[in-house]
Design a protein around this ligand. Structure first.
Ligand code: DAH
Length: 357
């Protein structure tokens, strides 16, 4: 019995993991283990022998069981120690400033625009980037044969053979969000809708994906004067200047009547843009009074309500404000460019705290 005990206690002490321990347990004190076999032999013994061997076997069984439990606990402790050593982390180390990410200029400018319009009571509305051609075109008074459809270099999705519903499009502008916001919220309403738009075009100043922000205000007596004031406030706040001069040039968009393109007075002295002075004009957006058919498409009665709308290129105003020469660099994911033009992650633009500082 001493042999038996020595053998199993050694095996237990040398067991490397739980499954090894379990194998030893079955061999030693399992139902058909060695201790059980010995117990069966008790019947063949004389009463005296049995009286000595019985308690000794029970004691051996207890001793093996507690050695198993102790070894199991020791293995678990060792595993935990090992994990703590491997996953150790010094939380007192200072942050590595140079490796911190930056906010992309597009995100920054979107936040700036949102902060400025929020201050004038505009909420943010959103719509899908894959849009039905009804929302992208028809509802905006751009019928099937209209040249604007062709001009927009539209990306169409594919329909299955024999499915002759019109295909969906990647939205070519943020204007369809006008329709969705009207349908969802009714009038009066004041929203902007920043987001991605898509056109099949690629050169220094065009990328197939770019960003616009749509603006829309509908009430009983909204006029061009409201549009002009809102845009002036916006341009002053955005370019962080005290005075601006806007020029409204008559234009044409199917979804507005009358329509105007808006230029801002600027100078380009030694290659840097100055807003509010000089003899140059810079086109920044399209706008107008919302066409009655567009209001109707949004389930709003044009006899009762009227509104203005505008659409502006976010990438373009970002390039202008931050002196970024090539639009395509926005989407190259070049870390050196991102470090140079990016913004500190914690500087959230607000009108009180400063937009870009
Ligand atoms: N959707 C036009 C574009 O992408 C921009 C635009 C012009 C939007 C006039 C408007 C607007 O809301 O009134 O070129």
């Amino acid at each position: 019995m001493d042999d038996l005990k020595a053998r199993y206690l050694t095996q237990i002490a040398e067991a490397e993991d739980e499954s090894a321990l379990e194998a030893i347990r079955i061999a030693a004190v399992g139902k058909k283990g060695e201790v059980a076999l010995r117990m069966r032999e008790l019947g063949k013994m004389t009463p005296e022998e049995r009286q000595a061997a019985g308690p000794a076997l029970n004691a051996l069984k207890d001793e093996i069981n507690s050695a198993l439990a102790a070894r199991k606990a020791a293995l678990a402790d060792a595993a935990l120690d090992e994990r703590l050593r491997a996953e150790w982390l010094d939380v007192t180390l200072p942050a590595r400033g140079r490796r911190q990410g930056t906010i992309h200029p597009i995100s920054q400018v979107t936040e700036e625009v949102t902060a400025i319009f929020a201050d004038m009571g505009f909420a943010v509305a959103e719509g899908p980037q894959i849009e039905s051609d009804w929302y992208n075109f028809d509802a905006l008074n751009i019928p099937g044969h209209h040249p604007a459809r062709a001009e927009m270099d539209t990306f169409y999705t594919h329909r299955a053979e024999g499915d002759d519903r019109p295909p969906h499009v990647l939205r070519t502008h943020t204007s369809p969000v006008q329709i969705r916001a009207m349908q969802d919220q009714g009038a009066p309403i004041r929203v902007i809708a920043p987001g991605r738009v898509y056109r099949a075009d690629y050169d220094m100043t065009h990328t197939p994906m770019f960003h616009q922000v749509e603006g829309m205000a509908i009430d009983r007596d909204i006029s061009m004067a409201n549009l002009k004031w809102v845009l002036e406030e916006f341009v002053k706040a955005f370019f962080e200047v005290d005075d601006v001069e806007l020029r409204f040039r008559a234009s044409h968009f199917p979804f507005t009547e009358p329509s105007a393109e808006v230029d801002i007075r600027c100078s380009w002295e030694s290659g840097t843009l100055k807003v509010g002075e000089g003899d140059d004009w810079l086109e920044i957006l399209g706008s107008g009074m919302m066409h009655p058919k567009v209001l109707e498409a949004g389930n709003i009665d044009p006899a009762e309500w009227q509104g203005f709308a505008f659409g502006m290129g976010i990438d373009r105003i970002a390039m202008l404000k931050y002196g970024i020469p090539d639009l395509r660099a926005f989407f190259d994911s070049d870390l050196r460019w991102l470090r140079h033009y990016g913004f500190a992650a914690l500087d959230v633009p607000t009108l009180r705290g400063g937009l870009s500082r």
